[in-house]
Design a protein around this ligand. Structure first.
Ligand SMILES: [Zn+2]
Length: 85
């Protein structure tokens, strides 16, 4: 299964970069043309696909094996470059 590192998109209309950080974290851009949801579980995008620029980071699963249990990534500790006015 692919691993979603960053569920993040940019609105081409207002330039907002929005990111869903958890499953029920529904985030709209400033002009409300687009929205993102699903966090690291799934990528759900709302709005016109022409208005969306994909800035997501998805780690492709090359192995069919389970992820290493000792490997932990801090997905929520970093702040994203969201600009708010
Ligand atoms: Zn927008």
């Amino acid at each position: 299964m692919d691993k979603i590192i960053r569920n993040r998109i940019k609105c081409k209309k207002c330039g907002d970069i929005i990111e869903s950080k958890s499953v029920h974290d529904f985030v709209e851009c400033r002009c409300r043309s687009i929205a993102v949801d699903g966090g690291h579980e799934y990528q759900r995008w709302v709005g016109n696909i022409e208005d969306i620029e994909d800035l997501s980071i998805v780690e492709k699963d090359n192995t069919a094996k389970r992820a290493q249990p000792q490997e932990r990534r801090d997905n929520n500790g970093k702040t994203s470059p969201i600009q708010e006015n």
